[in-house]
Ligand binder design. Structure first.
Ligand SMILES: *[C@@H]1O[C@H](CO)[C@@H](O)[C@H](O)[C@H]1NC(C)=O
Ligand SMILES: *[C@@H]1O[C@H](CO)[C@@H](O)[C@H](O)[C@H]1NC(C)=O
Ligand SMILES: *[C@@H]1O[C@H](CO)[C@@H](O)[C@H](O)[C@H]1NC(C)=O
Ligand SMILES: *[C@@H]1O[C@H](CO)[C@@H](O)[C@H](O)[C@H]1NC(C)=O
Ligand SMILES: *[C@@H]1O[C@H](CO)[C@@H](O)[C@H](O)[C@H]1NC(C)=O
Length: 381
């Protein structure tokens, strides 16, 4: 067998001398990159093995990552991105004890044998996006106590075990966007006390009840492109969220206390069906960016604009604003700049709806008139 392999690689070299050039080392010997080579063709002298710190294997046309795939004991970064890998051997990475970053993006992996990461005590970043994961089993991440970054975006995840993420308590950034997630059990993220960034955009999430309650460190949360209809009160009350993206959902009313306005700096609510944003409790809020485009807003509470004194960018177009209320908003905030696209600046699209009233005094139960008037100009979401 061994003889055959050697013969095979010699033949490759003889017939096509450029094949070997597909594996390259940088002059400092630290980076080793291979494209189009099979795993058994990755060869280096024992001296070189010690020097290699970063390795990228692309387009390898292999279906399986075999046992101890790379004999580089000092390797810190490894990328195996072949499009074709389906199976990873339980001991594939056992000799890579100094590995800090493992990138298996763009393969066809749907699961791992339990314990596959057990020897990777130093691992900080794990990239698994663009694979075929449908479920995260309970012990998948056993051994990864130091992991701070995990990406599982662009998979087919729909199912969570409640304990899926229990073993990676140090995680700071978690990317679960572009999956098929519709339901998240309420305590799924509860052990992730260090989590700062969570991306759940492009899923099918309907409810976020009791999901974020104990996530004290969470700063950036992206829930855009889901099907959330309402926000529970106080779900974010313990977080210190700075950026919250809820755009492209099905929200209709934002109730008092459902947004963490004490800490939010950027709030994205565009492309929902919001007709009402209630708020009274907060005295001041540090909001800098607010996007309200493409909703059903007729007016904003006066307090909203007077208390958001840091507001720098407000996007309002494509709402059936009452013209009197809109004037009042402008008046309350002096020269707050509205970011309008050219068709609104040029007057091609109406920024507000004229009712036969003399002041901003909207009947919350009678908003349909406004929708009807503006419906002539745009398709009401
Ligand atoms: C080696 O790889 C690292 C990380 O990918 C890169 O930042 C660095 O510039 C590479 N070194 C050389 C000499 O190309
Ligand atoms: C996910 O959300 C985070 C935080 O909002 C954002 O910074 C990042 O660009 C998003 N990533 C992707 C892949 O959409
Ligand atoms: C949220 O994620 C979407 C898609 O992944 C991205 O386009 C958007 O920029 C993100 N929002 C923020 C505030 O980063
Ligand atoms: C309005 O603009 C003037 C300068 O043109 C500035 O001094 C003032 O602070 C601005 N007021 C607000 C509320 O932003
Ligand atoms: C204002 O308009 C409503 C219908 O939108 C109508 O019923 C009412 O009579 C009008 N009032 C005045 C003073 O024109």
């Amino acid at each position: 067998m061994q003889l055959l392999i050697i013969a095979a690689s010699i033949i490759i070299i003889c017939i096509n001398p450029t094949v070997y050039a597909l594996c390259r080392r940088t002059n400092d010997q630290k980076n080793y990159t291979c494209s189009g080579a099979k795993f058994y063709q990755l060869r280096t002298s024992p001296n070189q093995k010690q020097n290699i710190l970063r390795s990228t294997i692309e387009n390898c046309k292999e279906k399986e990552i075999p046992e101890t795939v790379l004999p580089f004991p000092n390797l810190e970064q490894l990328t195996i991105s072949c499009g074709s890998i389906e199976v990873v051997h339980k001991n594939a990475f056992t000799n890579l004890q100094k590995l800090q970053e493992l990138n298996l993006e763009e393969n066809a992996i749907s699961g791992f044998p339990n314990g596959v990461f057990e020897s990777l005590q130093q691992l900080q970043k794990l990239h698994l996006s663009q694979n075929n994961f449908m479920k995260i089993s309970q012990h998948l991440f056993t051994g990864l106590q130091g992991l701070t970054f995990l990406s599982l975006s662009n998979n087919k995840l729909s199912d969570f075990d409640l304990h899926s993420f229990q073993e990676i308590k140090q995680i700071e950034e978690l990317f679960l966007n572009n999956n098929e997630i519709s339901f998240i059990p309420s305590k799924t993220f509860q052990t992730l006390k260090q989590l700062i960034i969570l991306n759940l955009s492009y899923n099918k999430i309907e409810s976020v009840n009791e999901i974020f309650t104990f996530m004290y460190e969470l700063r950036h949360l992206n829930l855009s492109h889901n099907v959330i209809q309402s926000l529970p009160a106080n779900d974010f009350v313990n977080t210190r969220l700075q950026i919250l993206d809820l755009s492209f959902n099905e929200l209709t009313v934002i109730y008092e206390g459902s947004l963490p306005l004490q800490t939010l700096q950027e709030l994205y609510l565009q492309n929902n069906k919001i007709s009402l944003i209630e708020l009274r409790e907060v005295n001041y809020f540090p909001l800098k960016k607010l996007d309200l485009r493409n909703n059903r807003l007729v007016f904003l509470e006066d307090e909203f604009l007077t208390k958001a004194t840091s507001l720098e960018a407000l996007k309002v177009e494509n709402n059936p604003w009452d013209c009197k209320c809109f004037e009042k908003m402008a008046f309350l905030r002096g020269n707050l700049s509205l970011e309008l696209s050219s068709s609104y600046r040029d007057g091609e699209e109406p920024i507000c709806v004229v009712e036969n009233v003399t002041e901003c005094n909207v009947d919350k139960n009678d908003l349909i008139n406004y929708y009807n008037v503006l419906a002539r100009y745009w398709t009401l979401r």
